[in-house]
Every structure is written in structure tokens, then in C-alpha cells.
Write a protein that binds this ligand. Structure first.
Ligand code: ADP
Ligand code: MG
Length: 363
């Protein structure tokens, strides 16, 4: 089921006397979430991710705009009539019920045509339990499960009615690092197997990048960019998006465009054909540096970190806005750690230039 947001806006009245203007949690969202895809709403805390999800689920009413599921306008429908499944950060299972009873719960109050026989309910519950691989735990209480298992039960409960749209709000945040990795792969697998349109909220760019078909990068209630993860990483439209995606983060330098060339300090580092002269930010992905003796950019070497396959060169430069510049280079290259300076050429595909005032990408 595709989900269409049309000029969707949500304002909250301010509770802060010093800033009496409304908070615009969701500002004129206008995009389509394609059918059968896993899409990530991604942005820092407070950017409006949960509010967007709550508008789609019907838990919140929009200030203006519309929501369509397929061709149907659902803006005024209550949550229970939208055919959605919801999973939150805290698993919110019923503690006194077993896993089986928790999963059965949403099926027990179905009315009219949707009403199921006992046998049908048991079959449906067992099928989703198998899907999320907890069918061996059906008689346990939530307190007898690990965090990861509890979250699987929550996902099973959200799926048992076969929702048209599955909404996940930071579902991995309460899990430890290893389980988080494993469970995100599980979410990807379950989404692929069921083909249910899934909207996945996270503030963790790596999480979103690793499993989503599409990401919506948000800041302060505004959509900054929508695209496939790699596409957004390789072609960020503004400085915020460039900085938000990628670990280690992108390196930002103050620079200047003059006569078709890009300068960092006095060094002419790259061609800037077609760009107007002026102050810019020059940003370089960590993998965009090539250590070469004839390198165009000279950095002050701080130290070198060898981490298995990768070598990180930590360096400084007076025009760098990052406290540490990080260049990731191949471990095949041997650098003289006794040097105080190291020279780099830049891979133009890994360098993005942004206008200093608008912070928009210059291409
Ligand atoms: P996120 O999930 O991305 O962290 P939220 O959607 O929860 O962000 O919040 C977006 C903005 O809306 C924040 O500034 C938050 O303080 C504000 N907000 C959210 N819910 C309410 C509410 N019920 N009343 C007032 N302000 C709210
Ligand atoms: Mg939230």
C-alpha cells in the first residue's frame, strides 16, 4: 500500500514564554512512500520523526494537509480503522499475558467480516511467531524474554492482523549493540518476506542506511532530502545532509572559489568549473583523501590509527571545522609517522562544495 502525504503540517502550541511561536513539528510534508518498500525517517532528536509517524497512524491529527493510503483519504479515520501495525521503542507488551496471548490480543476484538474463529487466530499467531522466530517461546511471559525477544513479540503482535502499513518508531533503541545489528537485519528480512510497506523511524544514520530502500532526511520539521541511501550519501543537497550521513563524519573546511578553482587556505585543491567566486564550505568524505607525495592539500599529522583493514590518518588544518580531520586510507600505503605534514590529493567524487550562506550544494 503506498502512503501519500499531501502538504501535511503539524503545529504544536509553544509552552515556552520566551518563544511563544508555535513549534512546527512537521512542515508541509509532500511526498509518496512507495508500495512494498522499507523507508526510513531519519534525523536528529526533535526533528519531527515521531510526529510524522503519529500522523500516519492517526494518533495525532494534522493541523493541515492530507494522508492517503493508496487512493483512500484516511486523514479523518481513527487509528483502529487504518489497518496499521505499530511498534515503539519500549516494547509495551502486556506483562501478565504469555507471548501467545500477547500476539493473539489484536485478533480478539475483530468485528464483522474480520472476525476470526479460534482456530484461525491460533494459526495466524503461530505463523507470525514463526516469521519473527519466536515460535519456541509461546508460553513464556515477557519478563522471561531478552530485550531482543520482547521486541520480536512486539513486531509479531503488530503484524498479526496483516497491516497495510507497518510503523516502527526507534524499535532498536533499547537493545544492546549486537542485538541492534541482528534485529535490524531481521526487520529487513521480515519486511521483504511480507512485502508490507514499512516506515522505520531512527536517529541513527547507519541503521537507516543499512536497511532502508529510501531515506527521508529531516531537520527541524523540514524534509531536507529523499533518496536511496547511497544516492543521498554520494550526492547530498546541503551541508546538513552531508554532515548527518557517514561514519566517520565528513570533513568540513572553510574555502573559497576563485577563477574556476577551489582553495583551502592558499592551496589550490580542485577544479570548480562553472562555480561563481565566493566563500564556500569544502567537504571531503574520509575515503576521499589519497596520500601522495605530490598531494595538493597539506595537513598537520596528529597520529595514525590502524584498525584491521583500514588506516585512519588523524590530522589538523587551520581551515578545518572538525576538531580532528579523519582520512581513511588503505593499509597498503605506508606513511612515515615521524613526519609533521602529510600531503593528500582529493577524489573529486568524494568532495562536495556548499555555499557558505545558504549551505546549499554548488554543482
Ligand atoms: P523526534 O521523534 O524526531 O525526536 P518529535 O516528533 O517527537 O521528534 O517532536 C518534534 C517537535 O515537536 C519537537 O520540538 C517536540 O518538542 C515537539 N512536540 C512533539 N510532541 C509535542 C506535543 N504533544 N506538544 C508540544 N510539542 C510537541
Ligand atoms: Mg521520536
Amino acid at each position: 500500500m503506498k502512503v501519500v502525504l499531501k502538504n501535511l503540517t503539524k503545529r504544536f502550541p509553544s509552552r515556552d514564554k520566551k518563544h511563544p511561536e508555535d513549534v512546527i513539528a512537521v512542515n508541509d510534508f509532500d511526498f509518496t512512500i512507495p508500495d512494498g518498500k522499507l523507508i526510513g525517517l531519519l534525523g536528529p532528536s526533535g526533528c519531527g520523526k515521531s510526529t510524522t509517524l503519529n500522523l500516519i497512524s492517526g494518533l495525532e491529527k494534522p493541523t493541515s494537509g492530507q494522508i492517503f493510503f493508496g487512493e483512500d483519504d484516511v486523514t479523518k479515520l481513527p487509528p483502529e480503522n487504518r489497518g496499521i501495525g505499530l511498534v515503539f521503542q519500549n516494547y509495551a507488551l502486556y506483562p501478565h499475558l504469555t507471548v501467545r496471548q500477547n500476539i493473539l490480543f489484536p485478533l480478539q476484538n475483530l468485528k464483522g467480516d474480520a472476525k476470526m474463529s479460534k482456530q484461525q487466530m491460533e494459526t495466524a499467531a503461530l505463523n507470525v511467531a514463526k516469521l519473527v522466530q519466536i515460535d519456541g517461546l509461546m508460553q513464556r511471559k515477557p519478563s522471561e524474554l531478552s530485550g531482543g525477544q520482547q521486541q520480536r513479540v512486539a513486531i509479531a503482535r503488530a503484524l498479526v492482523k496483516m497491516p497495510k502499513v507497518l510503523l516502527l518508531d526507534e524499535p532498536l533503541s533499547n537493545l544492546d549493540a549486537r542485538l541492534r545489528l541482528q534485529t535490524r537485519e531481521e526487520i529487513r528480512r521480515i519486511q521483504k518476506e511480507t512485502g508490507i510497506t514499512t516506515i522505520f523511524v531512527t536517529h541513527d544514520q547507519e541503521e537507516a542506511m543499512s536497511i532502508c530502500d529510501l531515506i527521508v532526511v529531516m531537520k527541524d520539521g523540514v524534509v531536507n532530502q529523499i533518496g536511496a541511501p547511497q544516492e543521498v550519501y554520494d550526492s547530498p543537497e546541503n551541508l546538513f545532509v552531508a554532515k548527518f550521513l557517514g561514519t566517520p563524519p565528513i570533513n568540513v573546511f572553510e574555502g573559497r572559489v576563485k577563477n574556476g578553482r577551489v582553495y583551502i587556505g592558499e592551496e589550490d585543491v580542485l577544479s570548480a568549473e562553472g562555480l561563481t567566486d565566493g566563500d564556500v564550505y569544502v567537504t571531503v568524505r574520509p575515503e576521499g583523501f589519497k596520500a601522495e607525495s605530490d598531494g595538493v592539500l597539506s595537513l598537520d599529522l596528529e597520529r595514525i590509527e590502524v584498525m584491521g583493514r583500514d588506516v585512519s590518518v588523524i590530522a589538523h588544518h587551520t581551515k578545518s571545522l572538525n576538531a580532528d580531520i579523519r582520512a581513511i586510507i588503505s593499509s597498503d600505503i605506508s606513511l612515515d609517522t615521524g613526519l609533521s605534514k602529510v600531503r593528500f590529493n582529493l577524489n573529486p567524487k568524494k568532495v562536495f562544495i556548499f555555499d557558505k550562506t545558504t549551505e546549499k550544494r554548488l554543482k
